[in-house]
Write a protein that binds this ligand. Structure first.
Ligand SMILES: Nc1ncnc2c1ncn2[C@@H]1O[C@H](COP(=O)(O)OP(=O)(O)O)[C@@H](O)[C@H]1O
Ligand SMILES: [Mg+2]
Length: 237
């Protein structure tokens, strides 16, 4: 479904360049929850941004459902981004002056979905996240765990094949973080999504099916985990 071949990302101009990704080759599969770990600055966010078509690679090939993403113009990329990917962030990134329902409906504006379906679809994903009763509240009236469920609902509203989550449990206590990882894992197990979660937390990573470890812009390890795996957090965070 998603294949990166020798993807390199260089930021800045000579002589002040930073190689954020260095020849990364990677396939992502449906039904798979992949955790990405690595020290700060190792390229985790850059990798998610390139996978999610938020940023372009400097070199390498990126195939998405057989299409070479590098060859697409900005408009085609934007459409692909809105249809294929759902994004979840550490800080939830909900709009404070909009209700939960309105927040979840936002991505629909950039979809082909007819307007009359926006609200029922948003309610359906809120239902799926177990928070339909919070639809008319505002983000600051919710707990962190509830806000992250809203953000996941928003990520799901356009039926993406891929969910990209950058430290989604970073602002949550460990019990709530565990619940959020369970939600993400269910999306992989029961709905066939490919889910990628960047995390510093070994407990979160150990729930994943697969663990990528990054260092200096490279994937230094790519392993399948079994349910008894224990993943230790990196000491240098
Ligand atoms: N927009 C940018 N401009 C310049 N350098 C960047 C930019 N984004 C990231 N970097 C650099 O690229 C490297 C990888 O960053 P990042 O992907 O954010 O790492 P991580 O998420 O693992 O902490 C770091 O050295 C960072 O400073
Ligand atoms: Mg990061």
């Amino acid at each position: 479904m998603i294949e990166l071949i020798s993807i390199t990302k260089v930021y800045g101009q000579e002589p002040n360049t930073v190689t954020a990704l260095d020849r990364v080759t990677l396939k992502l599969n449906p039904n798979e929850l992949t955790a990405v770990m690595g020290p700060s600055g190792s390229g985790k966010t850059t990798l998610l941004n390139i996978i999610g078509c938020l940023d372009s690679a400097t070199a390498g090939e990126y195939h998405l459902d057989g299409e070479n993403v590098a060859g697409l113009d900005l408009k085609a990329k934007a459409r692909l981004r809105n249809e294929m990917f759902g994004f979840v962030f550490q800080a939830f990134n909900l709009l404070p002056d909009k209700t939960v329902l309105d927040n979840v409906m936002i991505p629909s504006r950039y979809s082909r979905r007819p307007r009359k379906e926006w609200k029922p679809k948003a309610m359906a994903v809120l239902e799926q996240m177990g928070i339909a009763d919070l639809a008319l509240r505002y983000p600051d009236q919710l707990s962190g765990g509830q806000q992250q469920r809203v953000a996941i609902a928003r990520a799901l509203v356009n039926d993406p094949k891929v969910i990209l989550a950058d430290e989604p449990t970073g602002n949550l206590d460990s019990a709530t973080g565990r619940e959020i990882v369970d939600v993400l894992k269910t999306l992989a197990d029961k709905q066939g999504k490919a889910v990628v979660v960047v995390t510093h937390d070994g407990m979160v990573a150990s729930q994943a099916h697969r663990l990528l470890q990054m260092m200096d812009g490279r994937i230094i390890d790519d392993s399948m985990l079994d349910s008894s795996s224990v993943v230790f957090s990196h000491p240098n965070f």
